[in-house]
Design a protein around this ligand. Structure first.
Ligand code: DC
Length: 229
């Protein structure tokens, strides 16, 4: 079973994706972490992010792995655990830039499909183009969204809890910049797939959204079929 979760940053995709994957015993793939690893790799090697061909070649050569349990998923770049290094503001912006490069996207989409198809029970993938490009035939597609202010507030609270220094205003500006880039890029922009279940999480708490998602999943074809067997 393939579950696609798309939406802008700070809408709750990661938290809810992990909750669903854990509950259903599925693999969880954070595809944003992969674009972040591509960005980190380029920056570490001194490659200009504007040099699309070099960034894309470097992405092809890089070994990006996601390992571990859903709750403690670790991201490895060429064998090194970079889980913390990819979570900086600089890398978030850089990931948004490298993700506009079509050749980079092609490499990541191939890898995401391979990992998703290999998982024995299925996979929850979260990102921006899962339902539209990576798995257009996903069993169920969610599009989680929320007002920019609500998303910035959540991101800011997460960052503060992790000891990162920023202000709510900075976080809001950063989120708006990234949204603009992710929505307006030419290749696979953030869009709502036609058959996606759209949930606005601005006014809902986590457990309410989780219940809504679980209900949709249990109504979806594979689980409904499994029950009649
Ligand atoms: O979800 P995130 O913040 O970790 O994603 C980082 C960037 O990667 C985001 O700005 C857009 C890009 N991205 C993408 O283009 N396609 C995906 N499937 C996932 C992320």
């Amino acid at each position: 079973m393939i579950i696609a979760i798309d939406g802008p940053s700070g809408a709750g995709k990661s938290t809810l994706g992990k909750m669903l994957a854990k509950h259903l015993g599925l693999l969880y793939l954070d595809t944003g972490a992969m674009y972040r690893a591509v960005a980190l790799s380029a920056i570490r090697k001194g490659i200009e992010l504007g040099e699309a061909d070099l960034v894309a070649k470097n992405a092809r050569d890089a070994e990006i792995e996601l390992k571990g349990e859903v709750d403690s998923l670790q991201v490895f770049l060429d064998g090194e655990n970079v889980s913390d290094d990819i979570r900086t503001l600089e890398i978030a912006q850089a990931a948004s830039v490298v993700s506009t490069i079509s050749d980079v996207r092609r490499t990541m989409v191939d890898l995401q499909r391979k990992l998703g198809e290999q998982s024995p029970k299925g996979c929850v993938l979260e990102g921006r183009d899962i339902g539209s490009v990576v798995f257009p035939k996903a069993d169920i597609k969610f599009f989680l969204t929320a007002k920019p202010e609500a998303r910035a507030r959540r991101r800011f609270e997460e960052d503060t809890a992790k000891g990162r220094v920023s202000t709510y205003e900075q976080t809001l500006t950063e989120i708006n910049e990234r949204d603009e880039r992710d929505v307006t890029r030419v290749d696979s922009p953030l869009t709502i797939a036609e058959d996606a279940v759209v949930i606005d999480t601005s006014e809902l708490d986590l457990s309410e959204v989780f219940e809504q998602m679980l209900t949709k999943v249990s109504e979806s074809k594979p689980l409904a079929e499994a029950r009649t067997k």
